[in-house]
Ligand binder design. Structure first.
Ligand code: QAP
Ligand code: CO
Length: 167
């Protein structure tokens, strides 16, 4: 089932999400629905808070855009640790439609997480995947990429999106 994607500045996007403790059928259903929602919106990543679920999980599929492309990846209770380097990438977000801005991120990261069965996993990432994992992990702490921009840029974006709603 396709889910509704919350749009900035919905206050639910700013909440700190809670850890997942039940790896049951309803978790699997949520993961499946999130993948369906992400593909329908032609996104490459979607975090649970974006569909109104305050839980620490997200899905990523880089499609044709990356090294590990065309593969659906699920991350539950992720913990990121940084590696070396910084990178700048023109980011977008399904919750901030029509807006892209350059954001600074770590170039390499290591992510520890659980899979849908609760099994512990670890992965190293670089390039677009590393950017995507940092972007999605931020959603779990209530942080959107627009909050990493200057207050002036953020104000312009808010105005633009508010207009889109009231039109
Ligand atoms: C997060 O972003 C991300 O404005 C996923 O009109 C960002 O899927 C990962 C999208 C940067 C890696 C690098 C945005 C679709 C999708 C839009 C997305 C839009 C339509 C964004
Ligand atoms: Co996003």
């Amino acid at each position: 089932m396709k889910l509704e994607i919350l749009k900035y500045p919905d206050p639910r996007l700013s909440l700190k999400a809670q850890p997942v403790d039940k790896f049951d059928g309803s978790l699997h259903q949520l993961l499946n629905d999130m993948a369906e929602t992400m593909y329908a919106a032609e996104g490459i990543g979607l975090a649970a808070p974006q569909v109104g679920k305050s839980l620490r999980l997200f899905v990523v599929d880089l499609g044709e855009h990356g090294e590990s492309s065309g593969k659906l990846m699920e991350f539950i209770n992720p913990v990121l640790s940084r590696g070396e380097g910084t990178t700048t990438f023109e980011e977008g977000c399904l919750s901030v439609p029509g807006v892209t801005e350059e954001v600074d991120r770590f170039e390499n990261i290591t992510i520890s997480f659980q899979d849908r069965n609760g099994k512990a996993q670890e992965m190293m990432a670089q390039g677009l995947l590393a950017v995507a994992l940092q972007h999605e992990n931020d959603h779990l702490d209530g942080v959107l990429f627009v909050e990493k921009l200057s207050p002036m840029k953020r104000r312009l974006i808010k105005k633009k999106l508010q207009k889109a709603v009231t039109l």
